[in-house]
Design a protein around this ligand. Structure first.
Ligand code: SAM
Ligand code: SF4
Length: 459
């Protein structure tokens, strides 16, 4: 088993934050030049960027991150929706609406209810879900979780189907991770919430209060054969500069130890939640700071995908898509049975309430290409196999055509007339950007097949 110091050293991070105060313009420019090479940044470099306050230099950071984002991820943006299967929880995390101390009634979806929720999500056009739940070994057993996932994969509504289920559930044992792996999960995401141990222990009560159980969970998931893992921090709990350095440090550790870095970073900010004393947010992170965090992470760990949720307002999401985000949710609900009817107890409040179609319209107007692609996972391009393609930049050649094919399905099956028209224009433009003539021809042929009713074609 690893030691905490293998992953993060608080002393080192505090030292870096102290030594990198008030960076010169020359130093920041040099770091941005290094970032442009897309080989990542050292912790010291990240410290300097985090300590940069100059608005002109911050704009340059956004420009550099934006270029890196375009070069690695192109114009595509991958969509998913969360599906909360249970709000039962035995932990008392002070920031969360599902915390034990909240006496509101809880809900765990039956498999029939899961089928109903999934059909609603499929009818919106979703192909990827993120399963979420509280921690309760009696109510939310691993068997229940596994059955829930099998149910999701087997539910169809018309031509709709869910092709990748990612999971964000409590840290658990290697044995239990194996059970999740056996039912075909994609990425296993788990957020450290805060890497600052004292703060972590202060904010948690229950099994999750064990800092090391949370910190080493990704190692255990990997041991169980899950090689796509996602990291995250809940911003607002502690100094965001410390958290960003810790996140990069954790990513470096996974890369060193497992030969593959994290598949994704998530960057949620603490939002108001039922019976949570919001005013007490100890380290509020502004929207501008959140954007800076996203830009710095994009430069520091260029090949790790980054996720923003509907916790954020549409305007901030749009900016974030430009400077580093590669995956996002749309039309989400943060409660079990939240889709299609009055909400049950919600985990926290959301700030983007638009439909999938409206979110897609917004990103098309930005010139971005929506993707519902699940090809890598289904072709076995996960973990190191994925990174081997991602690092030399070869993944673009697969992502663009796959985004085109899956978005075409959306346009055929779910789009409003307005999105269909706008979407077809972006799709044609992106098709012309496929550099390999053979791939372009094959993509054109497959687009014809989709028009005639075939589905689920991918490279
Ligand atoms: N219950 C599991 C756990 O705690 O690891 C699964 C994750 S929970 C369903 C999803 C995430 O929501 C948490 O990891 C936390 O970061 C985030 N979250 C909790 N309360 C929040 C709030 N008030 N605002 C924003 N995000 C919140
Ligand atoms: Fe439970 Fe997770 Fe919420 Fe903590 S964050 S109270 S573990 S659902």
């Amino acid at each position: 088993m690893p030691k905490v110091e293998d992953i993060i050293s608080e002393d080192r991070i505090n030292g870096i934050l102290e030594e990198t105060k008030n960076p010169s313009q020359a130093r920041v420019s040099e770091i941005l030049r290094k970032a442009s090479e897309k080989r990542g940044l050292d912790l010291e470099d990240v410290g300097y960027l985090l300590n940069t306050k100059d608005p002109g230099l911050t704009r340059k950071m956004f420009d550099t991150a934006s270029r890196i984002k375009k070069e690695i991820y192109g114009e595509r943006l991958v969509f998913f929706a969360p599906l909360y299967i249970s709000s039962y929880c035995i932990n008392d995390c002070v920031y969360c609406g599902f915390h034990r101390g909240n006496t509101k009634p809880r809900k765990r979806l039956t498999l029939e209810e899961i089928r109903g929720q999934v059909k609603i999500l499929e009818d919106m056009g979703h192909k990827r879900l993120l399963v979420e739940s509280g921690e309760d070994p009696d109510e939310n057993t691993i068997y229940y979780g596994a059955e829930a996932i099998k149910t999701i994969y087997s539910t169809r509504s018309g031509t709709g189907e869910i092709r990748r289920v990612n999971v964000n559930v409590a840290a658990t044992t290697v044995e239990n991770y194996k059970k999740l792996k056996a039912v075909g999960i994609g990425t296993y995401q788990l957020f450290q919430e805060t890497y600052h141990r004292e703060t972590y222990e202060m904010l948690h009560d229950g099994p999750k209060a064990d800092y090391e159980r949370q910190l080493f969970a990704h190692d255990r998931a990997f041991e169980a054969g899950i090689d796509d893992v996602g990291l995250g921090v809940l911003f607002g709990l502690y100094d965001h500069r410390f958290e960003v350095l810790a996140l990069v440090s954790h990513a470096r550790y996974l890369d060193r130890k497992l030969g593959v870095g994290p598949h994704t970073f998530s960057v949620p900010r603490w939002q108001p939640a039922d019976t949570v004393e919001w005013e007490k947010a100890p380290y509020p992170v502004s929207e501008d700071e959140l954007l800076k965090i996203i830009a710095i992470l994009r430069m520091a760990v260029p090949y790790t995908g980054m996720i923003i949720s509907t916790r954020e307002r549409p305007e901030i999401r749009a900016r974030a898509f430009e400077i580093g985000i590669s995956q996002t949710s749309a039309a989400s609900r943060a409660s079990p049975a939240g889709y299609g009817k009055a909400e049950e107890l919600s985990q926290f409040s959301l700030s983007d309430h638009r439909s999938v179609d409206d979110v897609l319209k917004g990103i098309l107007e930005q010139g971005l290409l929506p993707s519902f692609c699940t090809a890598c996972y289904r072709k076995g391009r996960t973990g190191a196999a994925f990174m081997d393609l991602a690092k030399p930049g070869d993944i673009q050649e697969l992502c663009r055509p796959n985004a085109i094919l899956t978005f075409k399905e959306y346009l055929e099956d779910y789009a409003s007339p307005e999105v269909r028209e706008l979407g077809q224009k972006i799709l044609d433009k992106c098709l012309n950007q496929i550099t390999d003539g053979n791939v372009r021809k094959e993509a054109e042929a497959r687009l014809e097949r989709i028009k005639k009713g075939e589905r689920d074609l991918f490279f």
